[in-house]
Design a protein around this ligand. Structure first.
Ligand SMILES: Cc1ncc(COP(=O)(O)O)c(C=O)c1O
Length: 478
């Protein structure tokens, strides 16, 4: 072995640097809790500046220890553990998962076949069956873990297609137009999945939403009949639990009744909101989910797990094997049989990270209770924030929030869209708060996802003050 290889695998060096890294991470976590006012949630830099920095860095002499590099990365990254990080639905990961992530990186299990992921494949079964139970499924329900909600939803739609027609083996016959029914507020990955599957524009039937941004389920029958009269074969109806922009839960009972009547696959995109299953207080939001044929749940959104880690659960566990029936002689002896322990038979990925270990570690350390508490704190905080907005005449609430996603805007004379966009951009550049924006019915709103269970009413009140200050600055300039 050459010198560089010898050094790179040196255990003592790793021990030294590992301890330093743990100290650095612990300081960051303590600082995030101490919440010093001057700390930014996002050290905003324009893409060109960021690129110039890293291009220059890449040309520098080799580093003796990675610690300086890690510090630089941290200082230049959005910090999701800050109490004023209330933007996208990214969770402040639990510290214990930083430890399990190190083991995942070290063990580097392949997961596609049992031997390459003996523990991981087994943990996936245990975890997804526990989740299935929480969702209200009976025996026979099972699933696996995949890399993200987008891939999970695509995989579920492929299963729905496999249940309806054998395009997987035969390809599309001329004139066949498959279609899915979904709320116009669904995450864009559903639209993308349908297009990947060759359904095209005609195959994505978007059902309008009501004033709470929930699918108008009373229109399902009409949209279905229209599709059938146009010669389309509807293979799936998708419910959102909840939508991305507004956190609205579709009426899953109504969608289940429709799917039952027409024998159409019922899939729930529960990437964000299905963990309401862990709280008896909020369980009602997902009533009917147990009737779905498949459900996607992102552990990395509301379940405090590092990205990416998504459960895809099937009411009938065996449905999962129909999605990718494929021969891979070098991997599996039994090509067609259903073997839960050979991960690659059901998942899109061949090599896949053992992310199940992160989730399993949380369950074994804190139990279901941590998820109940997280949901109840975050959803409860959103209710409080909405009440504060309602009591302040300078603001307008877009809807009464059902979960931890709240949309609102600053009110003034004139066009509110450019004003609120300018406010959000000013907040971004200052960096103390991180919030985002969304467009609802053609108008721009400020959007907050309260993801940190340590965020309090104080930070949210401070945000509104900050928005008012920014609005005043923007209005002066106009
Ligand atoms: C409701 C919903 N579905 C799917 C996705 C996509 O999930 P992922 O980012 O894990 O691919 C998101 C992401 O925000 C989402 O909010």
């Amino acid at each position: 072995m050459s010198d560089v290889i010898e050094q790179a695998y040196d255990a003592d060096r790793f021990r030294r640097e590992g301890h330093q890294l743990i100290d650095m991470i612990s300081d960051y976590l303590a600082d995030a809790r101490a919440d010093r006012l001057e700390v930014q949630a996002i050290p905003w830099q324009r893409p060109e500046e960021q690129l110039a920095f890293w291009q220059e860095d890449f040309q520098k002499p080799l580093i003796k220890s990675p610690l300086g590099l890690f510090e630089e990365v941290m200082a230049k990254s959005i910090q999701v553990h800050r109490k004023r990080y209330i933007g996208h639905q990214t969770t402040p990961t639990l510290p214990v998962t930083v430890l399990s992530s190190a083991l995942i990186a070290l063990l580097n299990q392949g997961m596609g076949v049992y031997e390459m992921g003996m523990v991981g494949n087994t943990l996936e079964k245990v975890l997804t069956e526990h989740l299935a139970n929480k969702l209200g499924y009976g025996s026979g329900a099972s699933g696996f873990i995949t890399s993200g909600g987008s891939l999970g939803n695509l995989t579920a739609l492929l299963a729905a297609r496999a249940a309806a027609t054998d395009i997987w083996h035969n390809g599309y016959a001329a004139g066949v137009q498959l279609a899915v029914l979904v709320s116009e507020e669904a995450h864009y990955c559903i639209d993308r999945a349908a297009r990947i599957m060759g359904l095209g524009q005609e195959g994505i039937i978007k059902v309008p939403v009501n004033e709470k941004f929930q699918m108008r389920t009373e229109l399902l029958e009409q949209y279905y009949q229209k599709a059938v009269s146009e010669g389309k074969q509807v293979i799936c109806v998708i419910g959102c639990a909840a939508t991305t922009s507004t956190g609205s839960y579709d009426d899953l009972e109504a969608i289940a009744a429709f799917s039952e009547k027409h024998k159409v696959w019922f899939h729930v995109d529960g990437a964000h909101g299905a963990p309401a299953a862990f709280s008896s207080k909020y369980r009602h939001l997902i009533a009917g989910i147990e009737k779905a044929d498949s459900v996607v749940v992102d552990y990395h959104k509301m379940m405090m797990t590092p990205s990416l880690s998504t459960a895809l659960v099937f009411k009938r566990g065996s449905d999962a094997y129909k999605t990718f029936s494929q021969r891979a002689q070098y991997l599996w002896v039994e090509q067609e049989s259903e073997e839960w322990y050979n991960g690659g038979k059901r998942s899109f990925e061949c090599t896949k990270a053992m992310s199940a270990l992160n989730v399993y570690t949380i369950f074994r350390t804190y139990g279901d209770d941590i998820f109940r508490e997280n949901i109840e704190r975050l959803y409860g905080m959103a209710e409080k924030f909405a009440a504060i907005i309602l009591s302040n005449s300078k603001f307008e609430l877009a809807y009464k929030p059902q979960c931890n996603i709240v949309c609102f805007r600053y009110k003034a004379e004139g066009d509110l869209t450019p004003l609120n966009l300018a406010i959000r951009n000013a907040l971004l550049e200052e960096g103390r708060f991180y919030i985002v924006q969304t467009v609802l019915k053609g108008e721009l709103y400020l959007r907050v996802s309260i993801m940190n269970p340590l965020t309090t009413v104080d930070e949210l009140q401070e945000l509104l003050q900050n928005v008012e200050e920014k609005a005043a600055q923007v209005l002066v300039k106009v």
